[in-house]
Design a protein around this ligand. Structure first.
Ligand SMILES: Nc1ncnc2c1ncn2[C@@H]1O[C@H](COP(=O)(O)OP(=O)(O)O)[C@@H](O)[C@H]1O
Ligand SMILES: [Mg+2]
Length: 355
């Protein structure tokens, strides 16, 4: 499928990354065991009492992309994202950020990189209970050694960004879960990170608040255009916000693709099961399905053929299809291609889902 996102420059590369817990986690890698086929090595490690939490992860994340890592609890998501920021030391592999090998950075360099280039948000919010909202958000700037006035003005800027004006003096325990996570988000953005890691940031919130936070997150990303690694165990959340999803199971990444690719062409039965309950019409967009099976080209469409945006959800096209429209002219976006979309294709996808 066409995927404009992957034509953007690479921001972060993860190459053959492993994280193994257990009695002798480094042994096989020290003895060039990684030259063994990965599945064979993973099985051998398990047989010897290890937990391979991340098995041979390979992917590139592109500038401005929202890359979602999804999987059930225990599948290795947190371990993988911590390897990417080197909060966890990988057992093997390479993590390349902005062209530099993160695993080769000295401890001092690593502290600098984390302070200036990375933003992190966690499920438990991680706020400092004895600091008010303003001071919590300004805290990473204090660590950076910025003067008080600059800290406060930057903190007020991000407070506006996340809609917390008026709550500057409140303490964490005086805030709702959603507000606390807004503080967490604002704090992580205060340093203007080049890459933003969010590990299940909305999982502790009620479903309605979670949806609202997802919307706010997308609105924020529209303005900020950050490169984002977002972790979730919720397939619907993944489909709503991802440019691409990496699906993990038992430490392995079993498929990487756009939400449409994962839904329409699941790599195996496990992925298919995972995505079974997702409503296609709320995830798949016009541009995901362009390419008329009969080969009709946009120029060949009648002049009055309706035009739709490539990012329009299929659900929004149902009334026009029901009214008898056979073909749509799809206007490309920076995320999805344009072309011709047929009503038959829409109905096929809505009817059968996976094909
Ligand atoms: N410090 C650790 N020591 C031993 N095993 C660990 C450690 N951290 C994580 N694990 C194991 O690694 C696997 C992946 O865990 P984790 O990355 O937290 O998964 P997820 O975030 O997807 O829930 C689990 O089996 C977990 O028990
Ligand atoms: Mg986790």
């Amino acid at each position: 499928m066409n995927d404009p996102i992957v034509t953007r420059p690479v921001k972060l590369s993860c190459r053959q990354v492993w994280k193994v817990y257990g009695p002798r986690p480094g042994y096989y890698f020290d003895t060039r065991g990684y030259q063994i086929e990965p599945e064979t090595l993973a099985r051998r490690l398990v047989a010897e009492g290890h937990i391979p939490a991340v098995v041979n992860a390979n992917f590139d994340i592109h500038a401005g992309e929202i890359f979602v890592i999804m999987g059930l609890s225990g599948s290795g998501k947190s371990t993988l994202v911590r390897c990417l920021s080197r909060l966890v030391e990988p057992s093997h592999g390479q993590v390349v950020l902005d062209g530099a090998d993160l695993l080769a950075a000295s401890p001092a360099e690593l502290i600098e990189i984390r302070r200036h280039k990375m933003g992190m948000v966690f499920q438990g919010f991680g706020l400092l209970p004895h600091l008010n909202v303003l001071d919590n958000i300004a805290f990473p700037l204090k660590i950076q050694g910025r003067p008080a006035e600059a800290r406060e003005s930057r903190a007020r800027e991000v407070i506006r960004l996340v809609g917390l004006e008026g709550r500057e003096a409140a303490f964490p325990h005086e805030l709702s879960g959603g507000q606390q996570q807004r503080v967490g988000i604002a704090r992580s953005l205060a340093v203007e990170p080049g890459i933003w890691f969010l590990d299940e940031p909305f999982s502790a919130l009620d479903p309605l608040i979670r949806r609202q936070m997802q919307d706010e997150f997308l609105r924020l990303q529209d303005q900020l255009q950050k490169t984002i690694v977002f972790i979730t165990h919720d397939i619907m959340e993944a489909c709503r916000i991802a440019d691409r999803i990496a699906l993990m199971c038992d430490g392995r990444i079993i498929q990487i693709g756009t939400p449409a690719e994962i839904l329409l062409a699941p790599a195996d039965a496990y992925v298919a099961d995972f995505t079974e309950d997702v409503a296609m019409g709320r995830v798949i967009r016009a541009g995901d399905l362009v390419g008329d099976p009969a080969g009709a080209r946009p120029e060949a469409l009648p002049a009055d053929a309706p035009e739709v945006a490539a990012d329009a959800l299929l659900d929004g096209l149902i009334p026009a299809v029901a009214a008898g429209q056979r073909r749509f002219r799809v206007r490309g976006s920076d995320r999805r291609p344009g072309g011709v979309l047929s009503a038959d294709r829409i109905l096929d996808v809505l009817r059968h889902g996976q094909q």
